[in-house]
Write a protein that binds this ligand. Sequence first.
Ligand SMILES: [Zn+2]
Length: 297
Amino acid sequence: MLYRRNESLPCPATKGPYNVMSCANIRIDQIGTETSEVPLQWIDTHAHLDDERFHADLPAVLERAATAGLQRIVVVATTAIDSPRCVELASKHAILRATVGIQPNHVAEATPTAWDEVVALVHRPEVVALGETGLDRHWDYTPFGQQEDYFARHLELARKIDRAVVIHCREAEADVVRMLKQDFDKHGPIRAVMHSFTGDLATAEACVAMGLYISFAGMLTYKNAQALRDVAAKMPLERVLVETDCPYLAPVPHRGQRNEPAHVVYTAGVLAQALGVSVDVIAEHTTRNARTLFGLT
Ligand SMILES: [Zn+2]
């Protein structure tokens, strides 16, 4: 699906197109302006394009992304082994940038030299963030204390070299907020994103208050995710991001299929509805926010 400038989404209140009477939040300057043929600009802030499911057709995937208006795609690493692969991909394709890091579920399998291997990559020009890191109580692959150790390492290094941090949090919201709070109390605002956010409003607000961004993935479009849409509805436009987390979490209407960066527009459409603004406004803000967080050109 390709959103074009000023294309309207159905208004949640009337099911008809947005207009100033039915959707009070919409800005008057977005109504009745001429439709241009320039596609809206997007950034997919979290994609696992090094996944083997993209090996056969990555050029076609990237072409569909560019056609859908994507400006940048952040390829996110999960291990010391795929970190250099993500950097290499980003060096080959101009639309890509990379992160390097070790995801909490993979910390247990990390070799004694894994962390140093990650650290050795951070100054490559393609690297815009550390991660994904964080905490996960859903899976029991890595003892929790070890997850905390690596999460702290990512936070500390990111601060030292002034990079963003991509944070994975699954069923560990209180622990993530506790560790972020320790860092925030010592050093001030944290340059990071809560990726594929599924937590509650209190968690989201605590993170925003510490300077973090909240990134929404395909779950936002799922029928049973009204609680998450209610959280999204309360987020400041200056703090929201969109992502695919592809190949996982494909949004409706592609749920169950392999996800890809071009599909980020479906999540963005639902985020626009939740916030009661036009898709243009979501494109503008999420793209600007991603550029700021990751220092993207
Ligand atoms: Zn991910």
